[in-house]
Ligand binder design. Structure first.
Ligand SMILES: [Zn+2]
Length: 172
């Protein structure tokens, strides 16, 4: 069963069902331990389906004589097979704790990346020109902000916006 070997909390179907050879490790959603799956049925079958896609589509479109009937059949058929296998994997997989709990998973890497993309704060209801410019300059580096703040060709509002962002960066 798809439970965490450490805290025995149940893991998500989508996570376990679609584990593949390329990513057979994941983190427990409760205790955050790295868990390994003993088998990844979907990889082989997925590769098979992938390899068969081009010839199958070719046949459906040019030779079947009835692409409007065969295409939905093919899509539904493939989707059913994949989901059935995923469900099977979910039911029968054996999960163990990964030996190396300090490794970095792809999902960790993606999460770190996403955290780095900080979104600018929303504009206040009666936003001034300075508020608008601060939003526009939000992702600029300290150096770029200093250049704006000291550029005699930029407006006073631009100077103010850049200066306020510099002050905020220096506080953090
Ligand atoms: Zn756990």
């Amino acid at each position: 069963m798809a439970n965490c070997p450490k805290c025995s909390s149940r893991q998500a179907f989508l996570k376990i069902g679609f584990l593949s050879k390329l990513s057979d490790k994941f983190r427990c959603r409760k205790c955050n331990s790295i868990i390994e799956a003993d088998k990844t049925t979907l990889t082989t079958v997925g590769a098979g389906i992938g390899a068969a896609t081009y010839p199958t589509l070719n046949w459906i479109i040019y030779d079947s004589g009835n692409p409007l009937i065969w295409l939905p059949i093919y899509i539904l058929g493939t989707a059913s097979i994949v989901f059935w296998l995923a469900f099977n994997q979910f039911k029968t997989v054996k999960l163990t704790l990964a030996k190396d709990q300090n490794q970095k998973l792809t999902s960790d890497w993606i999460k770190e990346r996403l955290e780095k993309i900080k979104l600018p704060p929303p504009l206040p209801p009666n936003a001034s020109r300075v508020d608008y410019l601060k939003r526009k300059y939000y992702r600029k580096s300290l150096r770029e902000l200093e250049r704006i703040a000291n550029d005699p060709n930029m407006t006073k509002d631009a100077h103010k916006a850049a200066t306020e962002l510099i002050q905020k960066k220096n506080v953090n």
